[in-house]
Design a protein around this ligand. Sequence first.
Ligand SMILES: Nc1nc2c(c(=O)[nH]1)N[C@H]1C(S)=C(S)[C@@H](COP(=O)(O)OP(=O)(O)OC[C@H]3O[C@@H](n4cnc5c(N)ncnc54)[C@H](O)[C@@H]3O)O[C@H]1N2
Ligand code: MOO
Length: 427
Amino acid sequence: MPDGSLMNTRPDAARAPSCCDEEAGLMPPAEARRRLLADAVPVEGLPVEGQETLALADALGRILAEAPAATRDLPPFDQSAMDGYGLAEADLAPAAAPALGRTITAGADPGPAIAAGETVRLLTGAALPEGVAAVVMEEHVALRAGQVLPRRALRPGDNIRRRGEDVACGEILVAPGTRLDARHLALLAAAGIAQVAVRPRLRVAVLSNGNELGGAIHDSNRPMLLALLARPEVACTDLGVLPDDRAAIAAALRDAARDHDLILASGGVCGSDADHLPGAIRDAGGWVRTLRLALKPGKPLAHGRIGRAACLCLPGNPLAALVSMLLLGRPLVARLAGAPDLPMVPQAAVAGEGFARKPGRAEYAPARIVGHDAAGLPILVREGSGGSARLKPLSRADGLLCLPASCTSVAAGDAVQFHPFATPLGL
Ligand SMILES: Nc1nc2c(c(=O)[nH]1)N[C@H]1C(S)=C(S)[C@@H](COP(=O)(O)OP(=O)(O)OC[C@H]3O[C@@H](n4cnc5c(N)ncnc54)[C@H](O)[C@@H]3O)O[C@H]1N2
Ligand code: MOO
């Protein structure tokens, strides 16, 4: 969330009007997030039901349920870290000229021990025979008449990977609750772990609400939300579009609550005559809390529960649905799935344009990178005019410019905060 730490509130901020009446009493997004997560059944407290055992190849992105322990040391034996020559301790002195013996490749039996005055050629990863105290890299020796003449002094252990120096047998390899990515799969594979126990997928039912959808207005929120939820630890059910009919919505919610952990809706939360979702949650036997957030876009929001299923109702305007999903929906999904939260940590950026704004709500605006300043920070301009019903600016943006609620104006060159859509490493 923007906290203003990087944002230059303009010097005239003190003279600017404070939040207008319409904005009074709005809840800061961080507080809404805290409440949402507090109401989510703490994952730690849940029995690990329906835990699955998967082959490593199928476990990418899943949340580890049980801690696998190493059944062997890694590396499993002392080995050479370089292509070079293995020297006995007595031959580490500068004038040594041991006789060259056999070659040991990676995967080969190391054979008998070497004695003082003997050396073996070792390829990277080759197991060391007894007696090798250090390995000299091949580019650091001269070869003469069957002898190896190291050109630099060596210390015992140089260029040797010791058995167990990476992982000791019995050590926990990956903590439960970890989202398994490429790094963890590599470690588990190296340790000879072929299967892992993972948490069950979080079952999420996604629906849209509004009589206009499917007529002149196409539903854009559902494909967007389903795409945001297309993650290995989540299994989505698409409930389609529900009409503005409270009884029909309540019936669908009651049904969905039986076999889902989360019901995610958009539209129909604002509180007008045609906004039926909160009432339908109550009719379905659940409880619901409607919130008005100090967030632009994303002011209306409702959350609650029907039986064991959490309910989150996002605003209907598509940009508002996206911002609310990123700020509040994703942490909730992570909490319910037993996954680590993916904190939204903003990057430092520079405003490429000046503008005034009404304070009172933290703002997330689609923005494009138009260059970089001397320090390498991205220079941003807003894309589009800020309407939360508009999707084209969003599709052309590089990320979201975020402004704290207190900000009244921005000048070109001001420090600002930015959430890029593309993450650099993407593990
Ligand atoms: N008198 C007030 N009116 C509105 C307020 C307000 O405070 N007072 N808030 C505005 C804000 S901010 C938002 S956001 C919207 C949210 O309203 P709802 O969540 O109840 O959403 P709807 O009224 O159903 O729809 C709003 C808008 O979004 C379109 N929409 C809805 N669902 C979809 C979808 N799945 N795909 C594409 N577009 C969708 C819908 O057609 C409306 O145009 O309320 C403002 N009004
Ligand atoms: O905040 Mo509404 O959520 O601006 O579109």
